[in-house]
Design a protein around this ligand. Structure first.
Ligand code: HEC
Length: 151
């Protein structure tokens, strides 16, 4: 082997080793500095113009705004057959009930009793049927919701 070949072989070897230590695209992508610069660019990205609709994934049930527990109890009971939030049906609209009664302990007690025992004569002669199986707690939540509808 001549000296010439020796250096040629050494040269090839050096090229191969230097290639081996060079970072791949993949390594650079995950380099901390690169990630930081992406994070900064994202943080400094301009806000979309008002009115721009960004498609959003449908929210998971848990993320959706919580409904008032009283509203859910009313929706699950027979109340909806005779009452509506805004309009008089068989019974008065809940906004009208809310308008008639100030939200205080006395009125709360009275309305809980009325929902549980039923009765007539306040809004007309049609009676409100009793709900004896309703707990005070649940009736109270319904009353809280109804009185929260005050305009
Ligand atoms: C069959 C029809 C009917 C159903 C079912 C019904 N209501 Fe009534 N509700 C009435 C009527 C009629 C009145 C008016 C009673 C009166 O004039 O005293 C009334 C009155 C009320 C009032 C006002 C009470 C007052 O003295 O001012 C509230 C509050 C009320 N209902 C809540 C409920 C809730 C909550 C439910 C479900 C758990 C319910 N109602 C189910 C017919 C109904």
């Amino acid at each position: 082997m001549t000296v010439k070949y020796f250096f040629a072989a050494l040269g090839v070897g050096l090229i191969l080793t230097s290639c081996g230590t060079q970072e791949s695209e993949y390594d650079r992508y995950y380099e901390q500095g690169y990630r930081d610069s992406v994070a900064t660019a994202r943080a400094n990205a301009p806000e979309p113009a008002p009115g721009t609709k960004t498609p959003t994934a449908p929210k998971a049930a848990a993320e959706q705004p919580k409904q008032h527990p009283g509203a859910m109890l009313i929706a699950g009971s027979d109340c909806t057959a005779c009452h509506n939030n805004q309009q008089k049906l068989v019974g008065p609209a809940y906004v009208d009930v809310a308008g008639k009664y100030e939200a205080n302990d006395k009125n709360r007690e009275y309305l809980i009793g009325k929902i549980k025992e039923g009765g007539a004569g306040v809004w007309g002669q049609v009676p409100m049927p009793p709900h004896p199986n309703l707990s005070n707690d649940d009736a109270g939540k319904m009353v809280d919701y109804i009185l929260s509808l005050k305009k």
